[in-house]
Design a protein around this ligand. Structure first.
Ligand SMILES: [Zn+2]
Length: 107
C-alpha cells in the first residue's frame, strides 16, 4: 500500500518535472516553477489521502473526482505532455489506461 502511494507520487513528480522543463523553463533547472510546484503539492496530497489507492489505477480515471476541477485540467495537460515519454521508462498499465481514457474523450 505505502509502496504504491510512493510509486504514484514519484511518477507524478517526474511527469510534472518533465512538463515544467519542456513547457515553462527553457534551461535545465532542477526546481519546478511556482505553478508546477503547486500542482505537484496538490497531487501529492491527493494521492496521500486517496481512499481508493488500492483498487484504482490513477486519479485521472478515478470515479471519485477528488481533484478540484482546475487542478484536474492541469494534471491532464501534464499527463498529455509527459505521458508519451513516461510510458517507455515506466510501463505502468495505469498510465496507458489513463491515456486511452484521455484519447477516447478527445474523439
Ligand atoms: Zn512549470
Amino acid at each position: 500500500m505505502q509502496k504504491k502511494r510512493q510509486g504514484e507520487i514519484q511518477l507524478v513528480s517526474q511527469m510534472v518535472e518533465l512538463y515544467c522543463r519542456g513547457k515553462h523553463q527553457r534551461l535545465y533547472n532542477k526546481k519546478l516553477c511556482h505553478e508546477c510546484q503547486g500542482l505537484l503539492d496538490y497531487a501529492r496530497l491527493r494521492i496521500e489521502h486517496c481512499p481508493f489507492i488500492e483498487s484504482k489505477t490513477f486519479c485521472n480515471t478515478c470515479k471519485v473526482h477528488c481533484y478540484a476541477n482546475q487542478m484536474r485540467q492541469k494534471i491532464k495537460e501534464v499527463m498529455r505532455y509527459s505521458g508519451p515519454h513516461m510510458v517507455f521508462s515506466h510501463p505502468f498499465v495505469c498510465i496507458r489506461h489513463a491515456f486511452s481514457t484521455l484519447s477516447q474523450k478527445q474523439k
